[in-house]
Design a protein around this ligand. Sequence first.
Ligand SMILES: [Zn+2]
Length: 247
Amino acid sequence: CHCLALLRLGPSVMQGAIANLRPGAEQKVVFITARVHPGETPSSFVCQGIIDFLVSHHPIAKVLRDHLVFKIAPMLNPDGVYLGNYRCSLLGFDLNRHWANPSPWAHPTLHGVKELIIDMYNNPKINLEFYIDIHAHSTMMNGFMYGNIFEDEERFQRQAVFPKLLCQNAEDFSYSSTSFNRDAVKAGTGRRFLGGLLNDTSYCYTLEVSFYSYILAAAAPAVPYTEEACILLKSILLQHTWTGHLR
Ligand SMILES: [Zn+2]
């Protein structure tokens, strides 16, 4: 499947980073997916910004490469993107509703990525710390997240830390627009499914970025997102946030 091929490219680009990890140490993995909804092009800009930053000479990028392994599937729905679909795959599926039981025939990219994540989950030398699925939102402003609700209050509070850090680091990120839910209609999403599967040291989020603009305060004028000025910058700030998480 295309996604698995792309995922194999990730570690080859990151070889230097992997070599920096202590031999035998548990790998802390950040798994990022994007563009499961093909019409959400800003998702790709954010993902591109993350990749560009991670392979850069920026000192923070080096710290992140020294401590974390990033696995990135930048396009979960390549057929839909190729065809110009807004939300569906070639066969008309919303792939972000089929994480529970993806078919290797009908949802091959999703099936491949899920198999890889489950293999990592079952590997005692890997701790999958973050799963982040990048989307774009057609009606909301700013960047924000969706997270999961857990019975365990302490786990729930820990999960709120990452979006709070993002809100401190990125001017366009809104914690007040961030919400935590367990709606039945979202049960087949990556964030919900993996949040239910992975252990309590894993954090699963949907990262949303507005299609058009962000506001800094209620009465402030909207600032349009552009690829260069805002979306890529936000990705860099996302990296700073991970550094905060490492401390
Ligand atoms: Zn979406």
